[in-house]
Ligand binder design. Sequence first.
Ligand code: SAM
Length: 336
Amino acid sequence: MKLPQTLLEKKHFPVMLNEVLKICLTKSGGIYLDCTFGGGGYSKEILNYPNTNIIAIDRDKEVNPIAKNLSLKFPKRFKFHLSKFSNLDNFFNDKIDAAIFDLGISSIQLEDMSRGFSFKSKKKLDMSMGLTKLNAIDIINNFSENQLKNIIKIFGEEKEAYRIAKNIVKKRECRKIEYVYELVEIIEQSKKRDFKKKINISAKTFQAIRIFVNKEISELINGIIKATKYLKPGGKIVIVSFHSIEDKIAKYFFKNFSMNQSRSNKYLPEKRLGNPIFFEKYFNKIITPSSKEININPKSKSAKLRYAIRSNTPFFEPVEFRKKFSKYIEMENIND
Ligand SMILES: C[S@@+](CC[C@H](N)C(=O)[O-])C[C@H]1O[C@@H](n2cnc3c(N)ncnc32)[C@H](O)[C@@H]1O
């Protein structure tokens, strides 16, 4: 049965689709976890292969119609859960063949101006992907100057966070900051212009607030630990990341919990750190989109794909991994 594509689906190009399929698909089919369903790009393609089953998750209720369409077409092989991937273990008991995390926001979310993800929006600040306690308006208007500075500095890696936070607080003393353009104006007034820089002057602050609103780092850490627990030996975990904090976390996890574990110097003998081993030998290889893909979909430019293969060692709670990134986790939870 061929069902019409919804307008939403047409908006998002799945990043490195062929690469993801090549890594994940097995001849015998299997159970695949699409942790970031979005426009369903990966799920739809995987379902074209025989004996494949998908458990898909997304926190954004806007993708419900896309998921519904797919469950009508594949009622037995496709299940969707409106949830966060930190809860993924609530949705199945079986061991899985692959877990895919395509992080960040989709074009569906970015191009919907009412959601306030884009600095071009004329609408209110929001930046929630769904299932969040707070939105950007709450944070910008209620958090202390020091908290704002830390959020912008830590999650946006923004050197001028201090001035931006100071000016947010100054502005909101006169009136509530509600609109995207108000925040953009404050950032523009706070930052020195550097015309050599290719990224938008607001990009880092917007990234920081979005990460904080959606607790993206805690989500990622919890999600990949849980996915690892449910992977079959030989099963793959794939992470497509779009900023350096995400990639740092993926790299650390794969490198330090793999057969070879971390080596400070490639000429030194392999050193066991005493961490539990989840993955087979990890080659620290980053896969990036081809120039052809970047031409068709310029948004894919910053994507980095890493994957690891589950070994047959039993699962342990990787305490050391959480500890390594506790600065981010604690920061995301300052308001809880
Ligand atoms: C880059 S898009 C995925 C696009 C998808 N691979 C496709 O081909 O259409 C990321 C999606 O993940 C969702 N998402 C991000 N963080 C999530 C989380 N912690 N739990 C569940 N969904 C999440 C977002 O709502 C968004 O729809």
